[in-house]
Write a protein that binds this ligand. Sequence first.
Ligand code: SF4
Length: 355
Amino acid sequence: MLKPRKKTREVKVRDIGIGGNNPVRVQSMTSTSTVDIDATLRQIEELSNADCELIRIAIPDRRSLEAFREIRKQTDVPLIADIHFNYRLAIGALEAGADKIRINPGNIGDKKKVLEIIESLKQNKKAVRIGVNSGSLEIDLIDKYHGVTSQGLVESAIRWVNYFTENGFEDIVVSIKSSSVIQTIEANLELSSKIQFPIHIGVTEAGPLLPGTVKSAIALGTLLLQGVGDTIRVSLTEDPVKEVEVAWEILKSLGIRANGPLIISCPTCARTRIDLVSLVKKVEEKLKSIKYPIKVAIMGCEVNGPGEAREADIGIAAEPGKGVIFKKGKIIKRVKEEEILEVLMEEINNMVEGG
Ligand code: SF4
């Protein structure tokens, strides 16, 4: 059962709130070279069109920082600068207009440099994500826990959260990421019981589309069901737009948030009465432009078809060469197979326009 979301402190990133009473936010990261300003801006637009609410950009060097300055001028999307190792780049990104920075304080060098970042965050009134990662846990914690463990990851995160708060800064989002699904779940559950700051959840280096989607769905799904997670990122070795699509599907499947229709369709079998696979693909394509949270069922026969179609906002259950169209639980039409797509879309559009 879905537990209520744990109440966390709200952190503002431009006009988007994370935590507090805000919905679970969807974010991703550009995969272009940051110095290629045009390509990065194009990808920001594609991500934004796919309902990505916060976009992270890696700033590995000075040239990228200069490109970031230009990118910032050309878009209003909330931008997060991703910085490792170099505190001057972090401060530069804040001065260049980053709405939030993501750092792993453990790899910044020493505490004085982290303190300079904190001062810059205060001056610029921006937020930070303290991002602890299983691939870069501090050595003393690896020694203490005999390897990279969820306890070590949580201790690292808390250690840095305390350092920021002791120095008077609280606009903090925290993440603990691991490439292990179990470790991600364990560490984030533990973290959530110990802090009031919003938590960014994700499985790091999750892999290509299929395994990455499965790992992310299990880890993020489990955490969200427990009420943990204020913003999510699905990491895939893929076009980042796919990351955003998968993230939204995870939220939709749990009934947490929707940015468009939810399709219920059967896997097909020897009983399938029509060419269901191609029909579902066509409907899926046509529904991409619809932002209305409507439940659409497309079912291949009379076994489970009428039940699912009746439960959906709109649905079809196939009969030999025909489709029975259901709307809000009632049969409204029987149409020939070749007319199903047109009639179904007409009915969906009527429902969407009617609100
Ligand atoms: Fe097969 Fe009918 Fe189930 Fe589809 S709904 S998988 S066609 S039994």
